[in-house]
Ligand binder design. Structure first.
Ligand code: HEC
Length: 212
């Protein structure tokens, strides 16, 4: 019987010591079980953290401005068609760049990115009836408007890259290749709304749909 009191007391002390101090802030540094002098450089490393202060440089900042005209590896975007959607004469390119192969995988990628980044406003069908319309964002256009159907591919690419009026740019979220994939998918959406009976494969030469 005496043990029951002891065990209860023990459980209470254990619970308080484990749970009671959660979230408490301490001002003293924690006890260093493996001090840095025993394992040099393990905890205290001579490195600069991004946007931290530094005594080393005269301006007191750890960040350095890259030397003029330097380009990060793999970021030399010198293909205007691929990166700006522009043709050699500076006008918007009519079609996708040669570097992008239009195949099923590209359209699948485009569909995936479109659903994430465009469908909330432009709708899954591209008709401008996305979720945001319900919340009062009425200005989202449909892609099935003749102006947007005949617009050069490069101009759609440019809208995704730089945004337009109330539409935000998406260049920080979609790589140039992904933006072209979305352009291809937008074209597929437009095509899907323009089907005619002539598109139906009818090897027998007979219209079997009962349509005129
Ligand atoms: C937050 C809502 C929103 C999202 C997300 C959005 N758009 Fe838009 N988009 C708009 C609005 C609003 C306009 C109309 C801008 C204007 O002309 O005033 C527009 C216009 C456009 C146009 C027509 C531009 C023109 O020249 O008239 C295209 C093409 C377009 N968007 C494509 C896309 C694609 C592709 C995505 C996904 C990468 C996307 N949008 C994501 C809101 C959005």
């Amino acid at each position: 019987m005496r043990n029951v009191y002891l065990i209860t007391l023990f459980v209470c002390v254990l619970a308080v010591s484990i749970l009671g101090f959660r979230g408490t802030t301490f001002t003293a540094p924690p006890i260093d079980l493996f001090p840095d002098w025993a394992f040099p450089g393990m905890e205290v490393q001579p490195k600069h953290r991004p946007q931290a202060a530094s005594d080393f440089f005269a301006d007191g900042r750890s960040d350095r401005t890259p030397p003029a005209r330097t380009v990060a590896r793999g970021m030399l975007r010198d293909d205007d068609h691929l990166h700006l959607g522009k043709a050699a004469d500076g006008s918007f390119a009519a079609k996708l760049p040669a570097a992008v192969t239009v195949d099923f995988a590209l359209l699948e990628r485009g569909r995936d990115r479109y659903q994430v980044f465009c469908a909330p406003c432009h709708g899954s069908l591209g008709d401008g009836n996305g979720m945001t319309k319900r919340y009062g964002m009425g200005a989202t256009p449909t892609f099935h408007d003749p102006r947007l159907r005949t617009m050069p591919d490069g101009e759609i690419f440019n809208t995704i890259t730089n945004g337009k009026n109330t539409m935000m740019p998406y260049a920080d979220k979609l790589s140039p290749e992904d933006r072209w994939a979305v352009v291809a998918f937008v074209r597929a959406l437009q095509r899907a709304q323009q089907g005619t009976v002539a598109d139906v494969n009818d090897p027998a030469g007979k219209k079997t749909l009962g349509l005129p």
